[in-house]
Design a protein around this ligand. Structure first.
Ligand code: NCD
Length: 324
């Protein structure tokens, strides 16, 4: 990310972000969120710049969110869905990248099925634009973690010393990986909860704790983040039955009652209602699910702004220009 003193031209992982850089994104998003309350939501900041959404995997909210964010900053947006390509992975990505370069893409938002796909695109020398990782395999999804941190900060204030449980299919979750690193950087204490089969090997070296039991963790949480059971990434049985999983690791109203009164319930979506989260909990006042989606636009605007825009935020001036 762009820090006041240095410019890094990609956002690939939350591990690359310092606390100052992460806070700069959150503060910038806060400024930009004020726009959403106004009749004219657009800023001219990225007028004439091209943002390409390059999605090799399915997505609803992330792609729409990036598209909305780019359009609110007046960028030209090209949506490129590469799903179904029959070319082998490396070649396909290279050919596509060369095409994007020829079209003059200033930023490429990439979702790829391979862990490391975004790194490859950023560092292979095929394109000059900024690369933003919108999810690479089971590796990272940094803008999701940033929007989660933003949501938490709005609900709870500073994240220092806050306790966050991340529950469920951690093994397949790029959201969990990005969140563990970002939350640790921001001073929160994270506990990963799930059955042994769904906690990754080597989790002891991550900057967090882990537990196979949910019930003892809940009373100490300021936030609990439920993860989707990613059936599409499971080619073997990771738990006996869905009923059993839901009984041990699902968040239902009864279990939610064990949370402190101020605690919030998060989910990155899409949800398996009735599996990892009950409909009642998903729709409860403690749930931040739709807030997370709305906050995603502001956070992605901030990321695009900081990677592509000027070095000095000048929102006031630009709002005036937009309002003309
Ligand atoms: C997540 C993803 O794609 O990694 N979804 C999202 O971006 N909102 C989580 C998931 O698919 O479960």
């Amino acid at each position: 990310m762009t820090a006041p003193a240095k410019r890094v031209s990609h956002l690939l992982s939350t591990q690359d972000l310092s606390a100052e850089e992460a806070i700069l994104v959150l503060d910038t998003a806060e400024e930009l969120a004020r726009l959403s309350d106004r009749p004219i939501k657009k800023l001219p900041t990225l007028r004439g710049r091209t943002v390409v959404n390059l999605f090799f995997e399915d997505s609803t909210r992330t792609r729409i969110s990036f598209e909305t964010a780019a359009k609110r900053l007046s960028a030209d947006v090209i949506n490129f869905s590469a799903k179904g390509s029959s070319v082998s992975k490396g070649e396909s990505l290279k050919d596509t990248a060369l095409t994007l370069e020829a079209m003059g893409a200033d930023a490429v938002v990439v979702r790829h099925w391979a862990s490391g796909g975004a790194y490859r695109l950023a560092h292979a020398g095929w394109i000059r634009g900024a690369v933003i990782n919108a999810g690479d395999g089971t590796h990272e999804h940094p803008t999701q973690a940033l929007l989660d941190a933003y949501t938490l900060r709005r609900r709870l204030g500073s994240l220092t010393g806050r306790r966050v449980a991340i529950v469920g299919d951690v093994l397949h979750s790029r959201v969990a990986r990005s969140n563990v690193h970002l939350l640790a950087t921001l001073g929160a204490q994270v506990t990963l909860v799930g059955p042994p089969t769904l906690l990754p090997l080597g989790v002891e070296s991550w900057p967090c704790e882990s537990s196979y039991e949910l019930d003892p963790v809940l009373p100490k949480c300021d936030a609990v983040m439920m993860l989707r059971v990613q059936r599409e990434r499971m080619n073997e049985a990771f738990f006996p039955t869905e009923r059993e999983y839901s009984r041990r690791y699902g968040l239902q109203a009864g279990r939610m009652a064990a949370l402190p009164e101020h605690a919030v319930v998060m989910h990155p979506g899409p949800m398996n209602r009735g599996l990892e989260i009950s409909a009642e909990v998903a729709d409860s006042v403690r749930s931040t699910v739709t807030e997370q989606v709305a906050n995603g636009v502001s956070v992605r605007m901030a990321v695009l702004y900081l990677l592509l825009g000027g070095s000095e935020p000048a929102f006031g001036k630009e709002e005036e220009a937009a309002g003309r």
